[in-house]
Ligand binder design. Structure first.
Ligand SMILES: [Zn+2]
Length: 479
């Protein structure tokens, strides 16, 4: 049995600070990584930053600093998300790292010589997307993603013979050899392939790139197109350049976690590049939607960018993780609203979960001085179901299921009225009721381990003690 698991996030541009959408991707990926570690898979979890982009050059010019300084500064705030959001990534690849340059160049050279050729080209380039658009894909002459006017670029570039891979890619995706989740994204890719794949430019002139990027092996005039080098991060981080142990062990990726805007790069360009280089293909690609804020698209000009750091400062890590995993659909667009955040926090975390833990702990302390006698109770909860939901990336449904257990336990307290059992001194029954509730708390802790790591640990620690005392509120109510 193959016992390894390799999960990656996309690597964001570092031209601005991390926003809530990337926090969602990191947290979703973290759940996947933690889950696979829990079930005993040797897991590797990679994230990083995409630094060879023209966007970074432009952002640095604006700030009046060098591109390297800009990258150093901003990649730092992405790296810090590890602590901010309690992310368990094993590595953070920066595409300005030496091993990345070396690996990207190795990949270039490994591609079939016939697949890379030079050609004069004129096209519409959106710097925001870092890609060329055929005229037919523009909406009223604007980039469909950014609604900005693309630059008209004319130069001689290297091209990748994507057209050569059209049929192979179609079959791979149809047969789920590269499984695209959810299904509607798979159909989107198939329809994109069905329209016919055109060869794409994989380099730009050093001049246009402002001398920033991975140099093309054997050509001093050109640097790699940022997507060509960026996609290779998934192998360069594993030390593909030197055929390292990590690469041998973990490649191919079990899942690339990405946002919907960069699907074709991952489902079309990247597998074609790998096939050309004779390398194994990723097994699946999971695609999440975008987050709007109070019903509006996130944009700097609207001033509605949600800073995950500020959110965590205000509400705590696990509250932010919970909201994003529970309230935002894993695969469709979702909305962040402060009002709903607070509502969820108070209803689900402070009331349902917090109350259960605190009333159970209080009653054990009060009625048994913290030490329950040993009694047999049956455990009827099916935690396997949560595993299945995680494997299907249905994070919201998995949490919904956990909360069903929690509310069943809360109703059980109301039905059994342990305080009345105590009043009539029915200590046998009382011990059974409280033991059952204690086990539920431990089950909930187990179920929450990949989702809310520190809450899970706090519950487990508390209810595994020999003497159980009352517990500090896990989530103090927000007024
Ligand atoms: Zn664009």
């Amino acid at each position: 049995m193959n016992n390894k698991f390799y999960v990656t996030t996309a690597i964001p541009y570092v031209n601005s600070k991390p926003h809530i959408g990337f926090a969602l991707e990191l947290i979703q990926s973290d759940v996947i990584a933690r889950y696979h570690r829990i079930i005993g898979k040797d897991t590797y979890f990679l994230t990083g930053s995409d630094e060879n982009s023209l966007k970074n050059v432009q952002a640095a010019e604006k700030e009046g600093i060098s591109t390297q300084e800009l990258c150093d500064k901003h990649s730092q705030s992405f790296m810090e998300l590890k602590d901010v959001l309690d992310i368990s990534n094993d590595d953070f690849i920066r595409t300005t790292d030496k091993k990345h340059f070396k690996g990207a160049q190795k990949l270039w050279l490994a591609c079939r010589p016939d697949d890379i050729y030079k050609k004069k080209y004129k096209g519409f380039y959106c710097v925001g997307c870092e890609c060329f658009y055929p005229e037919k894909d523009l909406v009223d002459g604007m980039c469909p993603e950014h609604k900005t006017k693309p630059d008209v670029i004319e130069e001689e570039n290297y091209f990748f013979k994507l057209s050569e891979y059209q049929q192979k890619l179609k079959t791979l995706i149809e047969k789920d050899d590269i499984k695209i989740i959810p299904e509607h994204r798979k159909n989107e890719v198939l329809s994109f392939i069905g329209q016919g794949l055109e060869d794409f430019s994989i380099s730009r002139s050093k001049e246009r790139a402002k001398d920033w990027g991975v140099p093309i092996p054997g050509d001093k005039e050109q640097v790699m197109y940022v997507w060509f080098d960026a996609l290779s991060n998934y192998i360069t981080a594993l030390d593909y350049a030197d055929d390292g142990e990590l690469f041998k062990k973990f490649w191919p990726a079990d899942v690339h976690m990405i946002g919907k805007g960069i699907l074709r790069f991952h489902a079309v360009y990247w597998p074609a590049m790998l096939m050309s280089a004779g390398l194994p293909l990723p097994k699946s690609i999971f695609v999440h939607g975008y987050i709007t804020v109070e019903g509006q698209k996130i944009s700097k000009s609207l001033g509605n960018v949600i800073d995950p750091v500020a959110l965590v400062d205000e509400f705590g890590i696990d509250a932010v993780r919970y909201f994003l995993l529970r309230e935002i659909s894993p695969t469709h667009d979702g909305d962040f609203s402060r009002e709903r955040f607070i509502k969820r926090y108070n209803a689900d975390l402070a009331n349902d979960l917090g109350n259960l833990a605190s009333r159970v702990a209080n009653m054990i302390e009060k009625f048994f001085d913290g030490e329950l006698p040993e009694v047999e109770v049956e455990n009827e909860y099916d935690l396997e179901k949560i595993n299945t939901l995680i494997e299907e990336f249905k994070f919201n449904e998995a949490l919904e299921y956990v909360w069903k257990l929690i509310s069943t336990a809360n109703s059980f307290v109301e039905e059994e009225k342990p305080w009345e059992l105590a009043a009539i001194k029915n200590m046998d029954k009382l011990a059974k009721v409280l033991t059952k509730l204690k086990i539920t708390c431990l089950d909930v802790s187990l179920a929450l381990e990949p989702f809310l790591p520190s809450t899970s640990v706090a519950i487990k620690k508390h209810f595994s003690q020999k003497t159980i005392t009352s517990i500090e509120p896990l989530f103090p109510r927000i007024q």
